[in-house]
Structure formats: structure tokens, C-alpha cells
Unconditional design. Structure first.
Lengths: 317, 93
């Protein structure tokens, strides 16, 4: 039989990826591709869910009803984003319960940024502007990711994230244009969130373990360092309108490169936080596990009610 | 505890349009699936009507036989209006 190269499933898979087409759940895919996607999508979903905590911390203490309603809507969005992403991961053959168990056992990670504390109200503004801004920079290219369900989830998420970033910037601008004390709060928040936000793009390219394969598979389209540079270039002019100072004495425009030069985050700190030794790692996980366990009766009651109705309607028929 | 069943969610974004698949979710029963779908997929007035369908009830064509399954339509270009040569002066056709 005349067997051409394109008859091989792997070649067909790579041809689809190279043609910028999409891989769908029931298509053949390399095991490594599947594993890599499960790891990345699950980590992304966990980040959305854990990411509700630092901001949830300030809902009851928001300075006005307007800010409170906005903050609640944002935290609800994060829950929704977690749901889109868990559903995308499940199309790869893992169950929701498995993913939650792995998170609770510390075997899957979430973004290290959420292991930093939210000490003052201005942190809500800085998180929206910088953390969501960095997330958007990371996520926009993922809307064209080779795996269909992940790309579709990212399209929804990116549409919604834009509000997150703008509300944060507006909140920080209000503080910055307020009393000297309020402006000092805004500056304090920027001082603490700047470097952790830069670290959100992951280790430098030379040390990034997943980059090259993810690029070949169309999961990733830009390297960590490229995205970090893009974020800095966008953010510096925004900080000027805020009249706040980015805490980096080396930050300056490099006309030759056409980019800002900046100081890299402390990679040792990033490694420490990822490996569990950040300011809030234990607190975040404890809260997550407690919320899950304390919600067990709700899940059980809903299941019992559904079961009763099924048997009830059978008895009636 | 058994995992809650998976539901596929379809949303009609406005009157006059079809329901379109937007994603999936878990819920113990149809009523909860509808409520969850409202919260997960229509937080910004994305819909005026929602369908939820148990994922297990969907029968799908297999990607393995996609060539043979869809082949019959492949060589029937005469099903398209552009297949036919009509003189330019003929109007409304």
C-alpha cells in the first residue's frame, strides 16, 4: 500500500499545527502535548481560583459601594475564568476532581504572584493594573494557541480581563491624584507589586524548561523575555500618567534597541516562592482546602436532591 | 461521591439567532446546570436563552473517519450556484 508521510498521525498533527489550524479534543495528539497542556491549563485554572483570595480579602473593606461592586464583579469573573479553564482541561481526559486533588496535594502549581499579601487598599489598584496587565500580555497570544478548547476559553477570558486592568488603573489614578497620603499608598503598592509582576512571565529564556517544545506545538508564541519586555514597554508610559515612580533606578529608554532597559526581578526569590516559601503560600492553600471541605455538604445535598428527583419521576411514571 | 455530570451549554445571544455552543460545566441536575450556565456564561448579558444538554447524550462523528464521512460532498461542485455559466446580461439570477 502506498503510505505517504502524511498518513502518520504525528505528521498529520504537526501539519495542522504548522498550518495554524486547531487541534480538537478527539484528534490524535502526542502524549507529551496532552500532558503539557493539562499541566499548563490546570495551573492556569488554579491561578484563577487561588487568585480570588488576595482581592476577596478587601471586598468588605472597599472604600465605596462603587468600588465594592466592581471588586465583587472582578472576583466573580475570576471564578468564571477558573471554570472555563477546568472545562478546557477536562477535554484532555482528566477529571475536575483529579485536578482539584492535585492542587490541594501541592502537586500542581498556581501563579506565584498570588503568594504575596494584599496589605493596603491601593494593592487592589496595583493588582488590576500590573498583575492583570501582565496576565493579559501573557494571555492574548494564547487566544491563537493550537489547542481549540484552550484558545476558545482564552478568547472569553481576554475580553473580560480588559475591565480588570482598567478598573485597577482608574482606582490607582484616583489615589495618586488624591491627598499626599493617598498618593503615598499608591506608590507603596507599586513598589511592592512591580517586581513580582515582572516575575509572572517566568524564568529568563535561557532557563525556561518548557519554552522550545511549547513553541513547536503552537501552545506558546512568544518567549518569557519577549513578553516581559513587551509588558515593560507598555507599562512605563502608563506609570507616567499616574505620576508614580517605578522602583527601578536602571529603568531607561534605549533608543538603539527601541525598548526600555530594566532590572530583572530577583530570580532566587521567584524560585523560593514557587517552591512554597513565599509570604502567603501556606495561607492560600489552607484557605482553599478549607473552602473545598466546608462546601462538601452543598455538593452532597445537590447530588441527593438530584437523585431523589430522578427516582421520584421514575416512581411517578 | 460521584462526580457531577457534564453539561454542554448553548446560548442564544439575541432573538433571531440560533443557540451556539459556548462551553461546558458540571451540575447535579438540569435545573442547577441552567443556573450555573447563567452565572458562568452570561455575566454580561451575552444571552436571552440558554440550552443545557447532558454531554453523555451527544452523538458525535468520529475524527478518525472524517475523510470517508465527509468525502461524498467533496466532488459535487454542481451543488454551488457558481458552478453554472450564465451570460452577463441575464439579471436577477
Amino acid at each position: 500500500m502506498d503510505s505517504t508521510v502524511t498518513d502518520l498521525p504525528e505528521a498529520e498533527f504537526q501539519a495542522l499545527v504548522d498550518a495554524d489550524s486547531r487541534i480538537e479534543p478527539r484528534d490524535w495528539m502526542p502524549d507529551d502535548y496532552r500532558r503539557s497542556l493539562v499541566r499548563q491549563i490546570a495551573q492556569h485554572a488554579h491561578s484563577e481560583i487561588i487568585g480570588m483570595q488576595p482581592e476577596g480579602n478587601w471586598i468588605t473593606r472597599a472604600p465605596s459601594l462603587r468600588r465594592k461592586a466592581i471588586l465583587m464583579a472582578k472576583v466573580q469573573d475570576e471564578a468564571g475564568h477558573g471554570m472555563y479553564l477546568y472545562a478546557a482541561a477536562e477535554t484532555l481526559g482528566v477529571s475536575r476532581d483529579e485536578l482539584l486533588d492535585l492542587l490541594h496535594a501541592g502537586k500542581q502549581k498556581y501563579s506565584s504572584i498570588f503568594n504575596y499579601p494584599t496589605l493596603i487598599w491601593a494593592d487592589m489598584g496595583a493588582i488590576g493594573w500590573l498583575v492583570d496587565g501582565a496576565a493579559i500580555t501573557n494571555q492574548v497570544p494564547l487566544c491563537r494557541c493550537s489547542y481549540g478548547p484552550y484558545a476558545r476559553a482564552m478568547v472569553r477570558i481576554c475580553k473580560e480581563e480588559s475591565f480588570h486592568q482598567r478598573q485597577g488603573y482608574e482606582s490607582l489614578l484616583t489615589l495618586s491624584r488624591g491627598t499626599p497620603e493617598q498618593k503615598a499608598m499608591a506608590q507603596d503598592a507599586l513598589d511592592r507589586w512591580w517586581y513580582p509582576s515582572l516575575a509572572m512571565f517566568g524564568p529568563p529564556d535561557a532557563e525556561s524548561t518548557h519554552t522550545s517544545k511549547s513553541m513547536a506545538w503552537g501552545i506558546k508564541r512568544f518567549s518569557n523575555d519577549e513578553l516581559r519586555q513587551k509588558f515593560v514597554d507598555m507599562t512605563v508610559p502608563q506609570s507616567e500618567v499616574l505620576a508614580l515612580t517605578i522602583p527601578d533606578p536602571e529603568l531607561r529608554w534605549n533608543a538603539e534597541r527601541g525598548h526600555y532597559d530594566f532590572t530583572a526581578p530577583d530570580w532566587d526569590e521567584l524560585r523560593r516562592v514557587i517552591s512554597g516559601d513565599g509570604p502567603c503560600n501556606r495561607q492560600r492553600m489552607e484557605h482553599r482546602v478549607r473552602a473545598h471541605n466546608e462546601g462538601a455538604w452543598v455538593r452532597e445535598a445537590a447530588a441527593a436532591f438530584a437523585a431523589k428527583r430522578t427516582t421520584g419521576s421514575r416512581a411517578a411514571a | 461521591m460521584n462526580a457531577e455530570p457534564l453539561w454542554e451549554v448553548f446560548v442564544r445571544s439575541r432573538r433571531g439567532l440560533s443557540h451556539i455552543h459556548v462551553g461546558s460545566l458540571h451540575a447535579p441536575d438540569a435545573e442547577m446546570a441552567l443556573r450555573n450556565a447563567r452565572d458562568v456564561y452570561t455575566r454580561r448579558q451575552e444571552g436571552v436563552s440558554i440550552w443545557v444538554v447532558p454531554a453523555a447524550s451527544i452523538t458525535a462523528s468520529s475524527p478518525d473517519e472524517k475523510d470517508s464521512f465527509f468525502d461524498p460532498a467533496g466532488d459535487k461542485v454542481y451543488r454551488h450556484p457558481t458552478f453554472y455559466d450564465i451570460p452577463d446580461e441575464v439579471r436577477h439570477l
